[in-house]
Design a protein around this ligand. Structure first.
Ligand code: ATP
Length: 509
């Protein structure tokens, strides 16, 4: 145990560069025992880099790390875990082809049968329920996160690092997670908590350190600072003004689901039953819901990554044309653009540069001609995206995998918006994006809607859906609620549909 007064962790003068990028410089950070300590900062401020050094993934170029008063230099995550440090990454580190239990067994020692019951028991205790026998590829992002957190807790850490743990959790789950985190703190676990959600930080954290451009720009008691003050310290200027509150005038139906049914091969994955919805030109339709209720399956069917048999092609329409049987490339040719939930490996190829990633979906815009890549045009396209969407990176030659999570998200969303699609389908548009950039992305969606684009957004952030959508549905257990007019409904009503308590009570349109 740390002696009274000895910090659990103390970093002094930590610096780290990646080529020309100084991700961290001269960082001092002290984590007290039994405390929840927030790290906040814009996308690319250096938060994840700092955490990776504590967890032994990266080595600092300069500075020292003291653990319970003694100098340490964890050279690997295994080293860090031995010290009692656990970390849940923003991008998951689970093997998709293995079950939850097998993934846990890779890191946590013990007999499989014991581990399975510990997963179930701990899951129940901390509100992190997950079936130990589910295959990870069938789990939603939110469920994968639960697995990651559970796996960490099973190692009984003294310090738990959570890199944006709430970015994909619905409000009810966030509340449950916070209960869990407070219990952990009171039982002697300190928590380093990275989040862009300032209200959450104010509600949960005891200390906060603010980073900007790789340096510490503030240390505050978050309970005493307003969200606006925190945002200003973070971005170095006042927040952008709120969105224009213009109501759209919808035109013709551009995307339609007409009684869509789906049962996938995985018995643990939810099936979809009789989904019908219509997205018209000039409107934004939102789909709320807790992940794992069919969101991934629906996204695959809408994007074309999962195709229906020819006999059922009419269950999905683009304009008047049945497209259910067509693949993603053909649907894109017909004017659909989409942003998948997973940006790494799905929205972008991490090993490719940004300009090469631009080609993946923008090749039809003159980036490839007569089968040859027009490198100059591809680079111009990527540069425009970087400038227009404020992607913080050394340039279009940077590898997608080297960008901070939020900056890659801005690039992927920007690339799809630049295609000027007739129909835009976005999953989690601002996942991991800082408050300023998230407001900018939402503003762009509304501008596109005003210009006549039909937009469908799946998001687990209710606040976000209320901000951008004209109408909302809730997806639960593979079924859609009736459409709700956003201006006539409340968070509570949507929350009730999310947890299944609202059947028959909504103001349907
Ligand atoms: N492996 C890497 N190679 C090159 N540059 C990197 C690498 N990892 C991080 N960087 C750069 O270091 C800077 C800090 O990135 P970091 O991921 O720490 O930011 P962050 O504050 O966690 O951002 P976000 O909120 O978007 O997750 C960024 O400019 C990023 O592009």
């Amino acid at each position: 145990m740390a002696e009274e007064g000895t910090p659990l962790l103390r970093l002094s003068g930590i610096a780290k560069s990646y080529g020309p990028v100084q991700a961290n410089r001269g960082i001092d950070l002290t984590v007290r025992p039994n405390s929840i300590h927030a790290i906040l900062g814009e996308n690319g401020a250096g938060k994840s880099t700092l955490m990776k050094m504590i967890y032994g993934v990266e080595a600092p170029d300069a500075g020292t790390i003291a653990w319970r008063g003694a100098p340490v230099s964890p050279a690997s995550p295994a080293d860090a875990r031995k010290l009692g440090i656990g970390m849940v990454f923003q991008h998951f580190s689970l093997f998709e082809t293995l079950t939850v239990l097998e993934n846990v067994a890779l890191v946590v020692p013990g007999k499989l049968s014991d581990l399975a019951s510990r997963i179930t028991d701990l899951g129940r205790e901390y509100g992190l329920d997950v079936n130990p026998n589910s295959l990870v590829h069938a789990l939603s992002v939110g469920e994968r996160q639960r697995v990651e957190i559970l796996r960490c807790l099973m190692l009984d850490p003294a310090l738990l690092i959570l890199d944006e743990p709430t970015s994909v959790l619905p409000p009810q789950m966030v509340d449950r997670l916070f209960v869990t985190l407070r219990v952990l703190r009171d039982r002697g676990v300190s928590i380093l908590f990275i989040s862009h959600k300032l209200e959450e930080i104010r509600a949960l954290c005891d200390d906060a350190t603010i980073l900007r451009d790789g340096t510490v720009t503030g240390r505050v008691d978050p309970r005493e600072a307003s969200a606006r003050e925190l945002a200003t310290m973070m971005i170095g200027r006042a927040m952008p003004p709120p969105l224009p509150a213009e109501i759209g005038t919808p035109g013709a139906a551009m995307l339609e689901l007409a009684g869509l049914d789906w049962a996938g091969p995985d018995p643990f994955a939810p099936s979809l039953s009789n989904l019908s919805l219509r997205v018209r030109a000039g409107e934004i339709v939102g789909i709320a819901g807790i992940s794992g209720n069919g969101q991934s399956e629906l996204a695959g069917l809408i994007s074309g990554e999962t195709a229906l048999p020819r006999s059922r092609m009419g269950e999905i329409l683009l304009g008047d044309a049945p497209v259910g049987h067509l693949g993603a490339a053909e649907r894109r040719r017909r004017g659909l653009a989409f942003v998948p939930e997973e940006r790494l490996g799905h929205g972008a190829v991490p090993e490719l540069s940004l300009w090469q990633n631009a080609i993946l979906t923008a090749h039809g815009r003159g980036l490839v001609r007569r089968g040859m890549v027009d490198r100059r045009r591809a680079r111009d396209f990527a540069k425009e995206c970087i400038a227009d969407f404020d992607v913080r990176t050394p340039g279009d030659h940077a590898e997608a995998g080297a960008l901070s999570g939020g900056n890659l998200q801005k690039f992927v969303v920007g690339r799809e918006i630049m295609l000027e699609p007739k129909v835009l389908f976005v999953q989690q548009p601002t996942w991991g994006v800082d408050v300023g950039a998230a407001a900018a992305i939402r503003r762009r969606l509304i501008e596109m809607r005003n210009a006549g684009c039909a937009i469908l957004v799946i998001s687990e952030e209710i606040e976000e859906l209320f901000e951008v959508s004209d109408r909302l549905y809730v997806l639960r257990s593979g079924k859609l609620s009736p459409p709700l007019v956003t201006s006539d409904t409340t968070y509570e009503e949507v929350g009730e549909w999310m947890i299944g308590a609202a059947e028959g009570t909504a103001h349907a349109v």
